[in-house]
Design a protein around this ligand. Sequence first.
Ligand code: ADP
Ligand code: MG
Length: 701
Amino acid sequence: MPKNFLETPIEYLKGVGPKRAELLKKELNIFTFEDMVEYYPFRYVDRSKFYSVKDIISDASYIQLKGTISDMKLLGKNRKQRLSAQFSDKTGSIELVWFKGIKWVKDKIKPDVEYIVFGKPSIFNKKFNVAHPEIDAVSDQEESLNKSFQSFYSSTEKLKTRGLGSKGINKLMKNLMVRIKDFVPETLSNEIISNLKFISRKDAILNIHFPKDQRSIDQARARLKFEELFFIQIMLLKNKIIRSQKIKGQKFPLVGNYLNRFYKDYLPFELTNAQKKVTREIRTDLGSGKQMNRLLQGDVGSGKTLVALMTILIALDNNFQTCFMAPTEILANQHFYTLQKMLNNLEISIDLLTGSTKTSDRKRIHKNLLNGSLQILVGTHALIEETVQFKNLGIVIIDEQHRFGVAQRAKLWKKNVIPPHILVMTATPIPRTLAMTFYGDLDFSVIDEMPPGRKSVKTYHYFDSKRIMLFGFLKKQINLGRQIYIVYPLIQESEKLDLKDLMDGYESIVREFPLPEYAISILHGKMKPADKNYEMQRFVKGETQIMVSTTVIEVGVDIPNASVMVIENAERFGLSQLHQLRGRVGRGADQSYCILMTDYKLTNDGKKRMETMVRTSDGFEIAEVDLKLRGPGDLQGTQQSGILDLKIADLIKDEKMLKYSRDLALKILKEDPDLQKEKNFNILQNFKKLNSNKANWSMIS
Ligand code: ADP
Ligand code: MG
């Protein structure tokens, strides 16, 4: 028997046994009593209300009827056979049908007995019927009459064949409640419970599974949702506190020559207020003696690179080295050239390390890193290899963070005795609610303003039939001296097909835009890095007017003269990806355009995505829609975390509660960082338990 009764393996529950236990584990991740306790119903139906047949007006929800069943007959043949019966009460009658379990139903139902029939009406041949209703004789109902609300649990096909559909789970739940009701520990402090007028955890658990009425459901939900969100925040914030206590950071007290000279003489444009604000936040971090772990979020084109550069200069002023990591070679190349150009007059040594760096260059880079003469290293994943050793690494900047795994980031920490400061930059707009959970332990800076003079990108959604018109438009733009991206989807599962789409598209574009008048670049993931770079450079230099590519150009590429983005099969892209792609244009002074090409046939989600793109260019708004369409589990970067499999709270609907729980968690930890005060005893116990259960918590940062 485990020390904690709730950790009892699920096979020991009455009605489970080894075989069902195996299934519960596989299908629902239920291993212990406690897992089962937290398997909450997704719906309740009020079983105290009875409908009259004549009152059935919609097929929207479950109803309960009381009356007799007659006229049972088998209809159809073989596979299509079904059992039909008439249900009647005083007000009328309705058909009941069964496609499965026919024999069992036939044996069970007797004429002249009063039944309670429960199910969801649907319309067939313009009449309502109820398929596979639940049926109980009124005389058998004593037991269920006192539970006026019935809970519904989601189940799976496999579980249903083992008698563990919603009703079966409900039965187990009843057995479980009997066993555990004296073993449900309180997890919140009395203070919180009384201030927020919560019911106890024990009552919440009993009520969530077997509520008496709507009010008890509401109370249980409020309490359990709050608790779930609150402990996520406690975990994240505790991690953050522990880290800031344990881990020292390099102190960068100086603002010296490099930054000052750059700012005075070489800054290419006036900084936006937002850029100034986040630079100040970063400077404060760097001077504090604690390790910085900051997420810098700014919409595509908001000017994050410049902020990165100034951060680098602060490190150089304090005699530290820096590295700047990008997710693709194209992007690493681009950052390298941009930085080199901007730092041209400051006598700073900078180098580039990617997968295609030659061995001799690699050797030079390794040597110069170790002897300290190389100050800035730009590169890709190649940077985190163990052979790359620094003399004194002070800051790591990670651009477009979502392409980097957590584990990869962790390796960077080991590159100096005192771990370097880390600045993670992302343009993936993260809804506030997600940021508060997923990044709850990082500090957060936002560039919420675009450089001046940007014209917003005009976005249109065209069906394939408008292709000729599109080509005409593109020609006009090229004649005005602009450049054009045409992007094709690349989804791994169908890589070959995608490549064919791309090549077919390329050929038709070459036919439409022939040499010598037009020149076209092509770029896709299967090309060698050197070829990619060559094609990219031709486009950068303006030698080609059209860039046909897959999404390799999705992140970060900055070519101000490119003013049209055509996205083929746009319905196959997610919203955040479309937003990223659109962000490649609208970077210069000219009016820019984004054209979303799709088939006529679109799913509802697809339509909504196109509409959203046409309507707004606000990255946060787009992210909110994305979150609603896809749910948080699908958002980039969150899959690996596991922390967002919330059991009861909803990041969108419960946003207010989330904010409140975060504030409260902060307040409590400020007052009592180690949760040592008597009144926080329950919180500490639960924190310890969660901490030992969830290996993945330590991964989030
Ligand atoms: P992102 O945030 O997407 O990485 P970039 O750093 O690539 O954006 O900047 C986008 C473009 O805006 C670049 O061409 C850059 O030179 C320009 N830019 C950055 N900051 C400013 C500013 N304060 N004023 C005008 N242009 C700016
Ligand atoms: Mg960028």
